[in-house]
Design a protein around this ligand. Structure first.
Ligand SMILES: *Cc1c(COP(=O)(O)O)cnc(C)c1O
Length: 370
């Protein structure tokens, strides 16, 4: 059985759009795509009057090297968000198939499934936010075509052990595609904790990587799917013809250059240090119940009165993420690690609140935060 047998038959059968850029080979005078013959003002040699390469060769090459895969095992798109959407469209028949997720987790998996009218099966993470492989496997019905794993998980920060990923990939062979979202993997203490090397061993394993977090390019929207070459080829059939804007590709190539890599690694090291410092400092504060251990560039923090803390920080101009709507996080806020100065501001604000609260119980006096 091929992993493609899990995909929608109508997608496998369809004739993809063939763009002018794809059909062209060689030539010096391009009169095949109804583009403007003149670059726009301020173009500066970029060539934005031309449609971009569907999968820019230089970027594909740089990413394949970075992630340690072959070019045909890699698809670049507009953020991991696009890859998630393409996977759901290619594998889930509307009204019939489903994805499986483990809440509390990243919201886009379920959003993409709902847009496609695919079902969303949920297996909650355990109380300590680790995942239980056996419970997940027991929940994989024939309708489930995609199982999403987020590691480190957003919004809790835990890493899924490599052994669990392997166990799942193995057990799901011929049943479902396992999609491992590694948006924050660069921030883990272990250094490179990616499971990308396993895609050669399991044809039903796919890995999501992004330049949005550690590579500081959230604004350029560059995400990558690493998977079996047949899965990548299938997704290329349904991807819009010219997904990657030239200026974004340019920004990504600079970020991935030698000095771009040095710069990114420096910032990741700062984030790791600051994460340890914030974790420690926050734990000392009276209004804090718990700081969840995190391997990402954020901390999920439980407060005695999370709503009040949120408002207090907002009043000081500091915006954090209210994650109280997530299961088991009803008292939590998610705080991204910022610059050392920004982190100081968070701590100072929270100390102020603690000092003005009554006693040492951690319970703020009523109205204190408002
Ligand atoms: C931020 C994030 C992403 C990145 O999405 P992009 O579309 O690449 O910006 C993916 N997955 C998770 C879990 C995230 O938190």
């Amino acid at each position: 059985m091929s992993v493609l047998d899990l995909a929608r038959p109508e997608i496998r059968a369809m004739q993809p759009y063939s763009s002018a850029r794809m059909e062209a080979s060689g030539g010096q005078v391009f009169l095949n795509a109804n583009e403007s013959a003149w670059p726009p003002v301020g173009d500066d040699g970029l060539g934005c009057n031309r449609y971009p390469e569907p999968q820019p060769a230089a970027l594909v090459e740089a990413l394949a090297t970075l992630y340690g895969v072959r070019r045909e095992q890699l698809l670049v798109g507009r953020g991991s968000d696009e890859a998630i959407d393409l996977l759901v469209r290619a594998f889930c028949r509307a009204g019939e198939d489903a994805i499986l997720i483990q809440p509390p987790t990243f919201g886009m998996y379920a959003v993409c499934a709902r847009i496609q009218n695919a079902g969303v099966s949920e297996v909650a993470l355990q109380a300590d936010f680790t995942l239980d492989v056996d419970t997940i496997l027991a929940a994989v019905t024939p309708a489930v075509k995609l199982v999403f794993i987020c590691t480190p998980n957003n919004p809790t920060g835990q890493l899924v052990p490599r052994a669990s990923v392997e166990q799942l990939a193995q057990a799901l062979a011929d049943r479902a595609l396992l999609v491992v979202d590694e948006a924050y993997v660069e921030f883990t203490d272990a250094g490179e904790a990616s499971v990308a090397d396993l895609i050669d061993r399991y044809d039903n394993l796919a890995v999501l990587r992004t330049l949005s977090k550690a590579w500081a390019l959230a604004g350029a929207r560059i995400g990558t799917l690493l998977a079996n070459a047949e899965v990548i080829a299938l997704l290329k059939r349904i991807m819009p013809p010219y997904p990657l804007p030239l200026p974004c590709v340019e920004a990504a190539l600079i970020a991935l250059s030698g000095w771009g890599q040095v710069n990114a690694r420096n910032h990741v090291a700062i984030v790791r240090n600051q994460r340890a410092r914030m974790q420690e400092a926050l734990r000392q504060l009276p209004g804090v119940r718990e700081v969840l251990p995190s391997q990402a560039n954020f901390l999920a923090v439980r407060f005695v009165d999370a709503a009040a803390v949120y408002q207090q920080l907002l009043g000081a101009g500091i915006v954090v993420r209210d994650v109280r709507r997530y299961p088991n996080l009803g008292d939590a806020l998610r705080i991204t690690i910022g610059t050392p100065d920004e982190n100081d501001r968070v701590l100072n604000e929270l100390k102020k609140a603690a000092m003005s609260s009554r006693g040492v119980t951690g319970k703020p006096a009523s109205g204190e935060y408002a």
